[in-house]
Ligand binder design. Structure first.
Ligand code: SAM
Ligand code: DTB
Ligand code: SF4
Length: 334
């Protein structure tokens, strides 16, 4: 969808917008299930990049403890725990600018992925920039999806990050798709962007060909010591609107209600699910920040009568849409 179409949807009275997104949701996700994903930071802090929202950048004084790449046994223990708790997707994050073939740390990550992939959960990794070769190696090791967010509009991106570009992000996403991995790509609300920026970000994401398999919608968790530490909380109803428009623009994606749930009431989260969110991060911790307790989330899903989505570790990545590839609004992929 293009910006004008997204903006026309966004401007609708809220109930009218939600009625539309609900209808799209019901057609594509008739069972009202929620995917549970557990996150683990396998390498924390000390990152060379200057993303102004992130506690893990070495350029900010967030006070988090820098940790080396975790040993495989320790990761396996956490993955088994996640599976026992009912998670169907295990997402491993590393605070790196990127990874390179032939380095010891990348070999170590491939070894970890190979073993985690045997546990029957979907495996997602987010390791920063990837080249074509690295993407192929990750796919071969058993990665289901690669998470790499565009985070905001192309126009606002340089106000948020200066050590890499929006184009760099797109290149990595292209490499992940070319290697046959599903792509998990979304953004953050609350970075001082306008509504126009949010919709321009969604325009880019919805024009990926193939469209992403999942879209995390994060609400900024202002981290002490980062340049955005004093940013105000995102209005929960703006989050609901954004989720509804995302559901309509990318009907088959899992729309993940991601960072920031600790500041959302149960009622606001319920409205997000009703508008089209069908995935959450599950477990008391995100990468460095807090997430609602597992018991609290279980109780919430129980109260709403929402079932959980079964894992599909062998699922095919979404296919390229030939018609979209020929249309003028296509992002230029070939
Ligand atoms: N280094 C990798 C990268 O940049 O893609 C992976 C880790 S990075 C922490 C993954 C995503 O987490 C970011 O793209 C951003 O969307 C989200 N994120 C990071 N810090 C956040 C915060 N304080 N609040 C909300 N979302 C955040
Ligand atoms: C995503 O979009 N959100 C997750 C996951 N992908 C890697 C990360 C959220 C991080 C929140 C801040 C923190 O824990 O430091
Ligand atoms: Fe590093 Fe990723 Fe954080 Fe940016 S978002 S500072 S690349 S860990």
């Amino acid at each position: 969808m293009n910006y004008e179409q997204l903006n026309d949807l966004y401007k609708l009275p809220l109930f009218e917008l939600i009625e539309k997104s609900r209808a799209v949701h019901k057609t594509n996700w008739p069972k009202d299930e929620v995917q549970l994903c557990t996150l683990l930071s396998i390498k924390t802090g000390g990152c060379s990049e200057d993303c102004s929202y992130c506690a893990q950048s070495a350029r900010h004084s967030s006070g988090i403890e820098v940790e080396r790449l975790m040993a495989k046994d320790a990761v396996m223990e956490r993955a088994l725990q996640a599976r026992a708790n009912g998670s169907t997707r295990f997402c491993m994050g590393a605070a790196w600018r990127g990874v390179r073939m032939g380095t010891q740390r990348f070999e170590q990550v491939l070894d970890i992925v190979t073993d985690v992939a045997k546990l029957g959960m979907e495996v997602c990794v987010t390791l920063g920039e990837l080249g074509a070769e690295e993407a192929v190696a990750l796919k071969k090791a058993g990665v289901t999806a690669y998470n790499h967010n565009v985070d905001t509009s192309p126009e606002h991106y340089p106000n948020i990050v200066t050590t890499h570009t929006f184009e760099d992000r797109l290149r990595t996403i292209r490499h992940a798709q070319d290697a046959g991995m599903s792509v998990c790509c979304g953004g953050i609300l609350g970075l001082g962007e306008t509504i126009e920026d949010r919709l321009k970000m969604l325009e880019v994401i919805s024009n990926f060909n193939p469209q992403p398999e999942s879209i995390p919608v994060n609400a900024l968790m202002p981290m002490p010591g980062t340049p955005l530490a004093e940013n105000p909380q995102v209005d929960p109803l703006d989050l609901v609107r954004m989720i509804a428009v995302t559901r309509i623009a990318v009907p088959k994606a899992k729309v993940r209600l991601s960072a920031g749930r600790t500041c959302l009431s149960e009622e606001a989260q319920a409205l997000c699910f009703y508008a089209g969110a069908n995935s959450i991060f599950y477990g008391d911790k995100l990468l460095t920040a807090k997430n609602p307790a597992v018991e609290k989330d279980r109780a919430l899903l129980g109260k709403l009568g929402l079932a959980t989505l079964a894992p599909q570790p062998e699922m095919e990545a979404p296919a390229c849409d030939e018609e979209q590839a020929l249309s003028p609004s296509c992002c230029g992929c070939d």
